[in-house]
Design a binder for this molecule. Sequence first.
Ligand SMILES: [Zn+2]
Length: 412
Amino acid sequence: MADKRIQKELLERFCRYVQIETTSEDNLADRCPTTEGQLTLINMIASELKALGIKDVSVDNNGYLRAFIPGNISRKKVFGFISHADTSPEVSGKNVKPVIHKNYDGKAIKLSDNIVISPKEYPLLAQYKGKTIITADGTTLLGADDKAGIAEIVTAASYFMAHPEVKRNSMEIFITPDEEIGRGTDRFPMDKIKSSYLYTVDGDTEGCIEAECFNAYGARLKIKGVSIHPGSAYGKMVNATLLGSEFLSMLPKNEMPETSKDREGFFCPVSISGGMEECQVSLILRDFDASGMERRIRMVEEAAEALKKCWPSAVVELEIAHSYSNMREYVDKDKKCLSYLEDAVEKTGIKPVYKLIRGGTDGSRLSEMGHPCPNMFTGGQNFHGKLEWAALPAMERAVQVIINLVCTGIKQ
Ligand SMILES: [Zn+2]
């Protein structure tokens, strides 16, 4: 990017955001945001956007931030960008100390004895030799997921506020809480969305566009058996725990997360708990194709039926619930949504690369609810762990893509 000041701003912003602990917490899900730190960050960003001169900035009672920068041309479109304030509960996000590796030497980066980010394992690193890399210090995750996205969106907004002479469409911003625990869109202020084109800024490698994700269901099997003293159980006991494991053993081992990749879906047992009297099994089902998902649901139902037949005195109840859908069919309804993003990436001088999301995003749910929302890259890598890192040039490119999108269809 030509503007050095903005480059400096981007790094400074990112390092500031990652130092705020915003880990979301699944077992506090009746609160929104689930943790106080998220609100601290979101309010800080709101103040920052106001200080940039943006008038329309608000944080609602659930902690969702929305900001709007009106365009300065006639017949303007609205481009919206979403990122999430929380970090994954899998790894600590407390006292994150960002380490800036200026003029990276291309060698393995040793953060501690057993935390080493090596270009052998992560070849993408080599591409940034001589450039700036940001990591944590080996004790926490970094939080590029998704504070890189936030820093990029805010920096693009800052660019527009500093350059009113640049002709632009309107830009809308949403920062959401609790994405990492699957609740980012639960209380999304849908009625406030003005964007015709929405994008989550929550991907990794530069150039990547993600417009296809899993169809997702959850299944829960409740088994009531017959408990009786093991010493006198002959012919009487129906051991719920045994039935739970029998049920799981009926699912194909070669269709589990650890045995599937690329376009393949899976069954994933998440937990089995209980005792001899009662047992609960929960699993998640994932598949890119709707027909593939139907097959998976049928197989789970058949396994439950087989269990019932085999153990007539047990009570077996199966509940299957939809979580989210593959966004592709929704995104494809208006081809411009992706073609604008492709153009915006190409204008930065690289080719867009399509990737499958082997999971879901806030955009999956939004797409389903009528707001097609593909995902673009942030430049972060190795999310949800201590090996997380981000490349500053990739982050700058993300800012440029956002700027290009907001300037779609305009000759400067
Ligand atoms: Zn994320």
